[in-house]
Design a protein around this ligand. Structure first.
Ligand code: 2AM
Ligand code: CA
Length: 271
């Protein structure tokens, strides 16, 4: 079994395990604030993934949202970047619209990405350089769009914040319309399939985008921070992912003119 086949079988099994717990009582705790939730299922799923990875590959590193590998700042060999449940608020309140996200890197180079829409049993996946798939079906390259003919993914909460509203209001205003789904990894795969022309957010953790970005690159999409710099897997970033034309337009005409606000966000992320 190749590493790719192993990872694909593993994420499907983790999702099946989550589906099988859907009738059980959830244990919910808060993390950084009252709206930042974590459940027993987030923690159990991360532990399941880490244990299985280390049983088969003892020397692989794992960075996971619920506590694994947060001390890493670079790595040689193979590194897994995992989010056991992306969209925890949806998981708790809606019992759907959440995903498992996995990105695998070898010597810091993308190897493969997986985003599993658990309740729809839909797996988006890609091995770097070999194209993107949903299930067994190959996905085409994404098409360029103008902002005025684009549906963009952005969380409306950001438009309630001073400064961020200056950044995002013109973009939302000049787009065809905006949508929010509540799982960053699913929003990224919506860019992969063309359901969204772009997804942007002022703060995202590596486990939220690592898997999705590898898949997006395989269909010709672009993902960087708001100033066009590459996304790393060791710290949070501002994140804009889109088709190439819209990505360039957003960076040059909407983000770069607000460089000061963005540099303030980046300084905040590094604290
Ligand atoms: P999570 O569910 O794994 O926490 C919601 O708009 C999206 O943003 C989800 O993918 C969520 O991931 C992520 N998210 C929520 N709070 C965040 C934070 N403080 N920093 C970065 N990403 C966050
Ligand atoms: Ca999570």
């Amino acid at each position: 079994m190749t590493l790719y086949q192993f990872a694909k079988a593993l994420i499907l099994e983790a999702g099946k395990n989550i589906r099988e717990t859907m009738d059980e009582t959830l244990h919910i705790e808060t993390k950084s604030n009252p709206n930042d939730l974590v459940t027993n299922v987030d923690k159990q799923t991360e532990q399941f993934l880490v244990d299985r990875i280390h049983q088969s590959y003892p020397d692989h590193e794992v960075i996971g949202e619920e506590g694994h590998g947060h001390q890493l700042s670079h790595s040689q060999g193979t590194t897994w970047v995992i989010d056991p449940i992306d969209g925890t608020l949806n998981f708790v309140h809606q019992r759907e619209n959440f995903s498992i996200s996995i990105g695998i890197f070898q010597d810091d180079t993308p190897y493969a990405g997986f985003v599993y829409d658990v309740m729809n049993d839909t797996l988006y996946h890609a091995k770097a350089g070999e194209g993107a798939y949903v299930g067994d079906q190959s996905l085409p390259q994404i098409e360029d769009t103008d902002l005025k003919k684009s549906i963009i993914g952005i969380n409306p909460n950001w438009l309630t914040k001073p400064k961020l509203v200056d950044l995002f209001h013109p973009i939302v205003n000049q787009s065809r319309s905006a949508r929010a789904y509540g799982s960053a990894a699913l929003e990224i795969v919506h860019v992969v399939t063309g359901r969204l022309a772009a997804y942007m957010t002022p703060r995202l953790q590596p486990w939220d985008y690592a898997g999705g970005l590898i898949i997006l690159n395989e269909v010709g999409g672009k993902g960087t921070d708001f100033l066009g710099e590459a996304l790393t897997i060791y710290e949070p970033h501002t994140v804009v992912l889109a088709n190439p034309q819209l990505h360039e337009d957003l960076i040059n005409h909407y983000f770069k003119p607000h460089q000061e606000i963005i540099e303030e966000l980046h300084a905040h992320h590094r604290r």
